[in-house]
Design a protein around this ligand. Sequence first.
Ligand code: NDP
Length: 288
Amino acid sequence: MKIIDGKSISQELRRELKKEVEDLKKQGIEPGLATILVGDDPASQVYVKSKIKDCAELGINSFHNPLPASAGEKDIISLIEKLNSDGKVHGILLQLPLPKGTPQDRCLESINPEKDADGLHPFNLGKLAIAKSWAEIEEQRLLAPCTPLGVMELLERSGVEISGKNAVVVGRSNLVGKPVALLLLSKNATVTMAHSRTKDLQEVCRKADILIAAIGKERFITKDFIKPGSAVIDVGINRSEKGLVGDVDFDSVKDFVSAITPVPGGVGPMTRTMLMKNTILAARKQGK
Ligand code: NDP
């Protein structure tokens, strides 16, 4: 059994990205990411800080834009419009969740899709849905959501074969489940999407050569869900009294799988790194 080490894969990728930034700078392009934090939610503050730190590590310019919790849709959208027309900003990251009552979708939709570093704009999700292949996604330099991209990178870099394999994705959110299913499909997996209304979920999961758990339920996936020899990617992050735990009961399944991501140290570090990758991709595409 192989533990898919998200930390070391993420470090390897960061080394490559750092070089890419250096190359871009030689061509006169200085990648820049603008972060927007509305309010003072402590967890969101930590997330934004770590993204700014990641930018510094890779040589990406960062521009932080804090707004008070009282800021409404109009204030957020007018800031986004300003950043949309700022040539130094190639990626815009609106930290979610927004304070209660602020229409998240309308704010996200005001981001120029070319600067949509999180890949959550409906235009980009639509482009992902109609892409015919992974090659087309790469050719178009599509900005896809960061966590699903991280999942793909983990599978690829740990040598898990995708084409022709049965992939089961448990969870159908726009943030994780749906885009990860589309990305797997673009790499020619036979994809099944499962959710809370799926009948005989264990049986469905037992057909998976690749099982992606994005549920948000602590240790939900036990050995009864596992096809022996399969690869399991645990996207879940659940806070328990034992610290962070995934959606997969790691100890129960580890002896049956060929490869598995731990929590923490699996998908989590990749999500942060893929935001950097998207920012660089956006800078390359905008070319200025
Ligand atoms: P959502 O709550 O938006 O979606 C959860 C999905 O799981 C839904 O589609 C839901 O089905 C499904 N689900 C819930 N209960 C069951 C069940 N009993 N059986 C089958 N399916 C079920 O969560 P997210 O997609 O945003 O996140 C999923 C997990 O991933 C969370 O733990 C989150 O913290 C983590 N996460 C981790 C990231 C990382 O960087 N590692 C980034 C983003 C998220 P239905 O649609 O029918 O309700």
